[in-house]
Design a protein around this ligand. Structure first.
Ligand SMILES: [Zn+2]
Length: 272
């Protein structure tokens, strides 16, 4: 489509494209953005088209995101495409509305907690299969697995305001043992070695989302997965037992605080 170059309203004929670096105050920061608009070479009158204004808005949002360490619109879209996901599929995986994904791939800036959730959902792309255990990350499946543990243990382990101290360890054993024995994790979760043991990466931001997830919307547990959960629940009938066992695992002990625990460590899990 040929671009219609607007005329100067002061009667000087066609204007020209002008690119200028604009300094913009945004959320207490001065951000320089390369903005494009039409300008009259005779009188200097300048105007931006709707498209140019939208592009400047997006450039500002991305410059800000880069500055504060949030995923940019491009990184979200690229990560999603590399995983072969549509916006709807990414939304489903992260348990957020598709409208949010669309806005974040545009000029809307995601919150820090939503950024962590996006990183978790795109985790397979950012860290690769070693961190997701050959399964796409699914919040709803985490809930499905934890609810199955609750049925086996006969008590709740996933509670509102919970720090997931025990739930995370049950989930880690389920994911690691499933990976070791079936070649695929149960939830696609990434785990980090934290002071209190293996923990779901970004669990602080995930808990609310897990509680809200619809576990009936995902692939049900296979017979094999149910057997693994039963075995783990019988090995650790009390919370303290799963907690202590996780602390004896070399896969956790040998890691620096904050380091990812890759699924390649599943072969070394010794308590189950
Ligand atoms: Zn003019």
């Amino acid at each position: 489509m040929k671009k219609q170059i607007p005329d100067c309203p002061n009667g000087h004929g066609a204007m020209k494209v002008a690119r200028t670096d604009k300094k913009i105050m945004f959320r207490d920061m001065t951000i320089t953005v390369a903005a494009e608009q039409y300008r009259c070479p005779t009188c200097g009158f300048g105007a931006a088209t709707v498209e140019q204004a939208a592009a400047a808005q997006k450039a500002l949002a991305d410059a800000y995101r880069k500055r504060v360490g949030l995923l940019t619109a491009q990184q979200i879209a690229d990560g999603r495409k590399k995983m072969g996901l549509t916006q709807g599929e990414l939304a489903e995986r992260a348990n957020i509305g598709i409208a949010s994904i669309k806005r974040w791939e545009g000029a809307t800036i995601q919150s820090r907690s939503m950024d962590r959730l996006l990183r978790a959902a795109l985790g397979g792309e950012i860290c690769g299969d070693p961190c997701s255990g050959n399964r796409p990350f699914s919040v709803a499946r985490i809930k499905l697995v934890l609810r199955q543990f609750e049925a086996e243990l006969g008590r709740p382990i996933l509670k509102k305001g919970d720090k997931m101290l025990f739930a995370s360890k049950f989930a880690w054993y389920a994911d690691a043992v499933a990976y070791r024995e079936t070649g695929q994790s149960m939830t696609g979760s990434t785990y980090a070695a934290l002071p209190y043991g293996p923990q779901l990466n970004n669990y602080r931001d995930l808990l609310e989302t897990i509680l809200k997830a619809d576990e009936a919307s995902v692939e049900p547990l296979t017979e094999e997965e149910r057997r693994i959960i039963t075995r783990i629940a019988r090995t650790f009938p009390r919370d303290r037992m799963v907690y202590n066992a996780a602390h004896r695992e070399p896969a956790w002990k040998e890691k620096e605080t904050g380091a990812m625990i890759p699924y390649s460590d599943a072969a070394r899990v010794k308590e189950v």
